[in-house]
Design a protein around this ligand. Structure first.
Ligand SMILES: Nc1ncnc2c1ncn2[C@@H]1O[C@H](COP(=O)(O)OP(=O)(O)O)[C@@H](O)[C@H]1O
Ligand SMILES: [Mg+2]
Length: 598
């Protein structure tokens, strides 16, 4: 994703930031009030020079100590008022903005869950992680600080300039001359900074990806002694990020220098001119004091503009990155797409693949489709084994049934109803799946299995039965039985134990259709035989498609289908296929050479 920044060069930061409005809308009253409070506070600070002018031209010139005291008290009161109001502003925005960040994060998370598998195949997880964390904090900081203060400081500068010109327009002009070049420099800075900011944030995502992969793949890294190469990859990315951050710092330092030095020079010039005027008697000493202290009071609002712009630019980049994910189309709605009745002209019942073809969206242009015209009927209550060489598309075919991917041609019918016309909710009720890679979540064993329950939920008896079918008796021997927590991804369990829990999850709800992608591959032959016997019991009234490699798993099935070159090459019983299909015989025998088999 790192290259995307360069292509979105001519975007407008303001337009991007405006996309936050739906999230800010609910808290607009508070944020607006806070901004007004801050404007009042900031302008109170500008009253102080006027009091100073009064003190110098009044009590000081008239040698009246009492008056000086009163003036000092007034200045103190103004200072305290300013501090209290700024405190009030912070209190006003803190809670609502934390709410905005939480709402955006919740939306992003919800959206990620609904994005199709194809999206997740394409996007590195680190990019998504960094968007859900770093970018959202940057956005919250922007709403809390630069958003308000660009406005507040802008107003303050305008009011302050008005005051300066009102006090002495010639001195005021001296101060205002540098404004035009400053604006030019700021806009140049802004466009440069936005590019670097985008690059830095993308690189944070890349670094996150490497860290995440290293942590998840720690076994492989240690097993293969790949610490060094992994560390090198990490170092290279960090170095790159460091370079980008340094570039950012250089830009900031440059703009900071310009924004600080230019007004400083202008104030110096005004001081010289003003002193000459006072000496000539054309200007009162109080006015010069007021003028210079107003100019000094404007230093912070002016100087802050550089980094406020920088923060806004970063926030705009974050908003862009946030919406890049949010703008991806979700899978279609959960509602029935209508027309979900049985399809006319086809015998109802069972699981049917009709001329199904599929190619991955990110497959290279000329590559042949993974599946091309698959026709297969699994009769109601039948168990069909799916056999094929590695890479023949077995996993892909099973993933099409629960619509983890959408077919690119043909259709898949469940009891005569096209899955594409079914709501996902209905589909999930009908079909249960277990994959070769069993995924467990950081939760108890029981909770992991109960995830397979339909909308009605499931209780203790169902859990016990499912564990029994999956031969997951080991659960009883865990420290807290089914209440035992399994670590992230279930890494505290063996591969076979994980597979059995995933299988238990799949059979828990006694689904009408069961799709198993090689769910027994990590089991020893004896456990496999026990699972098969128990599955036979469950599968009696379930229509099942089971990907299998070993003859012992294939025996479980009523019939076997051979997937080859993107289509079903043969269907029959194990014995029939052994006899009629050389490829099948070869796959089952584990022969070393394909010569003569094809
Ligand atoms: N997410 C994906 N994106 C692109 N191509 C894929 C993806 N997953 C699998 N493939 C390709 O599809 C083909 C079939 O893969 P798969 O269904 O996993 O085979 P099997 O399960 O039979 O071993 C392979 O050539 C594989 O490279
Ligand atoms: Mg597979």
């Amino acid at each position: 994703m790192s290259e995307q920044g360069a292509t979105t060069k001519d975007r407008s930061a303001v337009r991007t930031l405006l996309r936050l409005w739906p999230y800010v809308r609910p808290v607009r009253a508070r944020v607006g009030t806070a901004a007004l409070v801050a404007v009042v506070a900031s302008c109170l600070g500008l009253v102080i020079p006027l009091v100073l002018k009064w003190i110098v031209d009044g009590p000081v010139a008239g040698r009246d100590p009492g008056g000086v005291w009163w003036g000092a008290l007034l200045v103190l009161a103004l200072g305290v008022g300013e501090a209290v109001l700024f405190g009030l502003r912070r209190w006003l925005v803190a809670r609502p903005l934390a709410g905005v960040e939480a709402a955006m994060r919740a939306d992003l998370y919800r959206h990620l869950q609904r994005l199709p598998i194809a999206f997740h195949d394409r996007w590195p997880s680190g990019q998504l992680l960094s968007r859900a964390t770093t970018d959202l904090s940057l956005i919250r900081m922007f709403l809390a600080f630069p958003l308000t203060f660009l406005f507040v400081n802008g107003v303050t500068v305008v009011v302050g300039c008005g005051l300066l010109l009102a006090q002495d327009w010639s001195l005021g002009l001296v101060l205002l001359v540098p404004v035009a070049p400053l604006i030019a420099v700021c806009s140049l800075f802004e466009s440069r900074y936005s590019l670097v900011a985008r690059r830095a944030q993308d690189q944070v995502g890349d670094v996150t990806t490497v860290v995440e992969e290293s942590v998840l793949g720690i076994r492989v890294i240690k097993g293969f002694g790949r610490h060094r190469s992994q560390a090198e990859a990490f170092r290279a990315l960090s170095e790159r990020l460091r370079g980008t951050e340094l570039g950012k710092a250089r830009l900031l330092a440059g703009i900071w220098a310009v924004i600080t030095i230019v007004p400083e020079l202008a104030v110096g010039a005004a001081l010289v001119l003003g002193t000459v005027q006072v000496a000539d008697g054309g200007l009162s000493a109080g006015t010069l004091v007021a003028f210079l202290s107003t100019a000094l009071a404007l230093r912070w609002p002016v100087e802050s503009i550089g980094f406020l712009l920088a923060m806004s630019q970063e926030a705009a980049t974050s908003v862009e990155r946030f919406f890049e994910v949010m703008d991806e189309a979700e899978e279609d709605a959960e509602e029935d797409a209508g027309g979900s009745g049985p399809v006319a002209g086809t015998p109802p019942g069972g699981l049917r693949f009709e001329n199904v073809s599929f190619r991955y969206p990110d497959a290279p242009e000329g590559a042949p489709p993974v599946l091309a015209g698959v026709d297969l009927v699994v009769r109601p209550g039948e168990t069909m084994a799916l056999v094929g060489a590695t890479g023949s598309g077995k996993t892909t075919l099973t993933a099409l049934v629960p619509r983890l991917h959408e077919v690119t041609g043909g259709r898949i019918l469940l009891d005569g109803v096209d899955v594409a016309a079914m709501s996902r909710k209905r589909l999930r009720e009908l079909v249960s799946v277990a994959f070769e890679e069993p995924t467990l979540f950081s939760a108890s064993v029981g909770e992991n299995v109960l995830m397979g329950a339909g909308p009605g939920g499931a209780g203790e008896p169902e859990l016990r039965r499912a564990l029994e079918v999956a031969q997951a008796g080991f659960v009883r021997d865990l420290p807290q039985g089914a209440a035992t927590q399994v670590g992230e991804q279930g890494l505290s369990l063996s591969g076979g134990q994980r597979q059995r829990l995933a299988l238990a999850r799949a059979v828990l709800g006694r689904p009408r259709f069961l799709v198993l992608d090689d769910p027994l591959s990590a089991l020893d032959v004896h456990t496999e035989a026990l699972v098969e016997a128990a599955l036979r019991d469950v599968l009696r009234d379930t229509t099942a498609l089971v990907v299998a490699h070993r003859p012992s798993t294939v025996m479980l099935a009523d019939r076997v289908a051979l997937l080859s070159a993107g289509r079903i090459a043969a269907v029959g019983t194990h014995q029939e296929l052994l006899r009629d299909s050389p490829e099948y015989a070869w796959l089952m025998s584990g022969a070393e050479s394909t010569d003569g088999a094809r």
